[in-house]
Every structure is written in C-alpha cells, then in structure tokens.
Design a protein around this ligand. Sequence first.
Ligand code: HC1
Ligand code: SF4
Length: 566
Amino acid sequence: MVTITIDGCAYEAPEEATILEVAREHRVDIPTLCYLREINEIGACRVCLVEVEGIDHLVAACNNKVADGMAVHTDTPRVRRARAANLQLILSRHDRRCPTCFRNGTCQLQALADRMNVHEVPYTTFFETKPIDARFPLVREPEKCVNCLRCVSTCQKVQALGVWDLVDSGSRAHVDAVAEDECAYCGQCIANCPTGALHERDDTERVFEAINDPEKVVIAQVAPAVRSSWAEMLDLGGKAPTPGRMVAAIRRLGFDYVFDTDFAADVTIMEEASELMARLAAGEEGPMFTSCCPGWVRFVKDRYPALAGKLSTTKSPQQIFGALAKTYYAQLLGVDPANIYVVSYMPCIAKKMEAAYPGMDSTGTGPDVDAVLTVRELTRQLRSRFVNVDLLEEEEFDRPLGVATGAGHIFGVTGGVMEAALRTAYFFATGENPDADAFHEVRHEGPERGWREKTFDLPGRQLKIAVASGLANADALCRALERGEARYDFVEIMACPGGCVGGGGQPIIEGINLSADRGCTLRIIDEQSELRFSHENPAVKACYDGFLGEPLSERAEELLHSDHAA
Ligand code: HC1
Ligand code: SF4
C-alpha cells in the first residue's frame, strides 16, 4: 500500500492502482471520456488531466499509477483550463447536431460539455458530414466519432475480434472498420460508444407502418431479457417496472397481440433437450453447443468452422416464435400468414441479422420475423407515441403464445439456457422432475472471465457441461476444445458478457453495468413462477398435441430446426 494525497486529503491505496481509481474510490470526481475500466485505459481524450506535484506537465489520471507520497490536484485553474480546451478541441471535430442524434440525452460528450460548463467552441469547426455508412445492422456516423478507441478495445478485448482500428496518421487519424467481415453484430461496440457514432439501424417507423396497415395482424414478441431492462430509460413515477406494465406499454403502441418469446424458449428446450438426449444415446462426440445466440453462431462458423457442426440444430426462440406465429397461430386465427407481421423486441443487434437469414421463412410468404427492435428502439417508440407509462396498470400477455415458464424466462441470463435444458433433459431421462434448482451451479453471478464447468449425474451417465459469455471467453473455450484440453457434452455460449441481459441492444447508461442486476431480476421471476419446467408449459403441450406432434417430429424438424447454413 502507498499513501497519496488528493486535493489535500490523504488516502491509502494499492501500489498498482491508478490515480483515477483511487479518486473514484473516495468520491473525488475526475471527468473521463475514453476510459473504460480494464478495457480502454489509454489516456487518449486528455479529459482526465490532473496536476501532480513535482511533475511539470499535467498527467492523465486514468493511466498513471499512484506512488508513495504523491500529491495530486484535481481542480486547479490550470487543470480546468486544459480539460476544457481538450474537450473543445474534441467538440470542434464533432457533428454537434445533438437534437436529432440517437444519443441525445445519453451521450457522454454532451453530458461532459454540460458538466464542465463548456458552451462554446472557440476553434474552427471542421467536421465533415459524410453519407451514413449503413452497414446492416450496425450504423456508423463517422463525423460523430471522437477517436476514443472504446469500440476498438471492446471488440478486441471483450470479443476477441478486430473489426475496428485507428487508421491513417497525424490529424487524419480516425477509427474505421478494418475487418468488417469478422463482425458478430453483438453490438458491444455500440454499447460502449460514448456518442452517437455507432448505433443500430432504426426500424421503428417500419413497425409503425405495419401497425397502421389495416390488412395486417401485427404481433409483438418480447425477449426474456427485455423484461429486466425495458423501463430503465423511462419514468414510471415510482411504479415497479414489472413484466405486466411492460405488456401494457407495448400494447399501447397498437399491436393486435403481445406475446412472449419465452413461450418459444420453452419450445426450444423441448427440441434442444430431445436433441441432446438423442446425440448422447447415439454416442456422438460432444459437445453440443447451444445455438440461440446469433452472435455466437456467426463467430463459431467464422473462427472455428470445425466446431460449427456441433451447434444444436434447434432454432433460436426468436425464430421458433416467428415460425409458429406464421403457421400454428395463423391456423388458429384462420389468417393468411402473408398478413401476419411479427415484431421482436430484443436486447440484441444480431437478432436483426438472424431474422433476415435465408431459410427463416417457413411459409414462403416472407421472413418469419418481420422486424426486430432493440430495447432502445422500444424506448423511442414509447416516447414518440407519448405513452404515459406511469399511468399503466399491469396487463397479461395474450394467449396462447404468451404463456411461459420460469425456465423460459432465464434464457436471458448466462447459464439460463443450460439450466432450463438440464431441468427438462433430466425429466426426459427419468420421467420425473428434478428439484427446480438442482442445476443452480451453472449460474454465473456477475461479470466473469473464462468459463464455468460442472459435472451432473443423469441416470446412467455423467453429463459434463460448460457455460461461457463474451466471445473472448468463447474463443478461449473453443481453443481448449480444439487442442483437446477440455471435453464437454453440452456447452452454452452467449456472445454478450452476462448473456442477453448485457446485450448490445440494451439501454446505455454511462459508467453503470446493469447486467448483474438484470440477471437477478430474471432469476427472481423464475423463482416466483408457478411453472418452472418447459415441459410443463400447457400452451407448449397444446402446440405439440394439436400441431407439432412430438419433439423432433417431421414437422418440428421442418419448422423449428436449421442447419445454420446462412
Ligand atoms: Fe436472448 Fe434468446 S435469450 S438469445 O439472449 O435464446 O436477444 O433475452 O430473445 O431468440 O428466448 C436475445 C434475450 C432472446 C432468443 C430467447
Ligand atoms: Fe466487434 Fe461486436 Fe462491434 Fe461487431 S458488433 S464490431 S463484433 S464489438
């Protein structure tokens, strides 16, 4: 430990700590723009400058370590002038049309200018407006980029990919895509962008057009993790952000039916657990990988093609929902599937891409899922339609595709798909339910590095499983599998850290990682659910009895499985 003073107060600190970490630990505010803890500590923006006694120049607090006896000053006239000048230089190259920016109100640059009382830019403004680089489904607006490199570091360190980099030199240096084809569309670079330089393609108006079309039956499906975050950017006037209020809010947008992706997650489990049991019975070499996360599917196919054949063929809940909505439910309604329009609310960017895959068209009338909106797009829809969310009472999902179990709800948190599948696989193997929490050890609590492995006893055999989230962790796990350093029967991987609760389409709140809290919300919803086993979902049973037949039946194979060839 060392002793330092910050603004005259003495603090003990570990030797390896940075000035910024010690300051934050003791509630001394130092502004930052490019800093991302353990991901991007490069001192690029020079907004966190501080004065250190005995050093002539100002130093960046984020990447300078403390030393015994160090005296730091965070609020001198020299510090304030330098920080403001640096911020003004950044602003001089930034497209400042804030009112029409997607990040208006959540932009860290905007917030910093306000917080630092910077209201003028005395330098020549020379941002260049270029046509929007609309790469599906990510959109980049280069004139809003502040070269903080957060996207570069996030993609490299969290996702083991190198889509972005700094190109050119001197005053022409800027961030650009250098390996676009590698992109998993996870959206983590968007979630960590401090400005509006990166965002998802906006599909809100397309959905309103469908809602306004009297010919269309417009159906919403809501992903598991959305219920944990939907109200983060809304003012509910102190009311609890329950799934029931979420349903009421979405219904106010004009949908004919509000259904639950978690119903389809229960169907996914019926198919995936059956597939696992069949693979084990056939003595196939493991592992079987979950395939509900399109970011992971894209990653493994691109990076580890030899392992891609081990993906479960079961489609994701989003796609199973779309396929059943346009076949089973169209039949129940007596409506031509061409007139059904399915909208997904997802915490995810890659789901926009998954919905557009060739082959995800079960009826030959168009994609099973017509539009995919993120939680941020949902927030914009509710605001733009002036829905008074604080007045909403709780409402139920519509039936039958709105009936789900606790097992379906936990899909949205890392370990949840595995746990849900094991509950049902155990039932398939024994004809009896295990304790609903028998497999709780697969749960990850909080952000983690690496992967978790466990061995469970199923009658007659042991099942070795692993769970990972974040593609850097998936990369390490795949490497271990390829080298023969690990062996599993069943592996769950989600591309985003923490699972979908940490998805790239979730609300962005600078400096706060809410994925652990959101994961707890889903766990609580599971614990409080009347039904916690997918195979006990009465609506799922009815769907099999009246339409699909058995899991892995010919019709189920045709509608609910894919070779992930896209
Ligand atoms: Fe997910 Fe899934 S859990 S992938 O994270 O399997 O997006 O929430 O909808 O499809 O159910 C996302 C979440 C989501 C699918 C399910
Ligand atoms: Fe990298 Fe994910 Fe961003 Fe693609 S979406 S550039 S994979 S962080």
